[in-house]
Write a protein that binds this ligand. Structure first.
Ligand code: A2P
Length: 223
């Protein structure tokens, strides 16, 4: 009998330690609470509710995932392209169960997703698959995404609106980064946490004054 191939996970990523998860959830929820009270946000409320004048409670609007993490490679148990190659990388094998400190430098809010942008260190980029930034990106956006630094899609999904899948967070982040690159920034609001920018169609970007760091473990996940 040939030796059994090791099974591939649903995905690999950096998982926040439980106490870190609590801290990040609290800090980011506080931001949501403030955001939906801002006049600038209320002016664009219809992009979330479909109606002007209607209120939205962003804390209820987004459902948070079970375990906060930053996905490096979505393997889909081997069905995703490059899954096996990734799992076999020396850098990946060596890094399993190791500790990493992630740096969150921005938060994004759109009618679909709530996410934290992660700025990867050089060591962390070694675990970022080269093709990951481009996967599932609309053709019109590809040239801009290709011009962004590798790992620009790195993020933690903090919440999704009803019926939206987590994979959308990275796509929303890339759209926002592309709009910024084209200089298409709208209203800016100074907040305690940093500068909030509006980028049309219900997209908001908060550049944090101070990054939020979080201790994580690199590991694989299967349901
Ligand atoms: P994200 O990394 O943005 O949070 P699911 O629960 O939908 O099966 O996804 C499991 C994890 O893998 C989620 O964290 C999700 O998004 C990520 N993910 C799902 N599909 C993809 C994909 N096609 N490409 C990259 N990441 C994905």
């Amino acid at each position: 009998e040939p030796p059994k191939e090791p099974e591939l996970p649903l995905f690999f990523g950096w998982f926040l330690l439980p106490e870190e998860e609590e801290r990040i959830k609290c800090a980011t929820m506080d931001f949501l609470k403030t955001l939906d009270t801002l006049e600038a946000f209320k002016e664009h409320i219809s992009e979330f509710t479909g109606e002007a004048e209607k209120e939205v409670d962003l804390e209820q609007y987004f459902q948070s995932p079970l375990q906060l993490h930053c996905t490096t490679k979505f393997c889909d148990y081997g069905k995703a392209e490059g899954a096996k190659e990734y799992a076999e990388l020396q850098a990946v094998k060596e890094s399993l169960a190791k500790s990493y400190e992630l740096s969150v430098t921005a938060l994004i809010v759109t009618p679909r997703t709530f996410g934290a942008r992660v700025s990867l260190t050089e060591a962390q980029v070694k675990l970022w698959p080269e093709e990951a930034d481009k996967e599932g990106v609309a053709p019109a956006l590809l040239p801009i995404v290709e011009a962004l630094p590798v790992g620009s899609r790195a993020h933690v999904t903090l919440g999704c609106s009803a019926g939206v899948e987590a994979v959308q967070t990275g796509l929303d982040l890339l759209e926002i980064l592309a709009l910024q690159k084209e200089g298409k920034e709208g209203t800016q609001v100074e907040m305690d946490l940093g500068t909030l920018t509006y980028l049309s169609e219900g997209r908001w970007f908060l550049a944090l004054r101070e990054p939020i760091n979080a201790d994580t473990t690199f590991t694989s996940f299967s349901e």
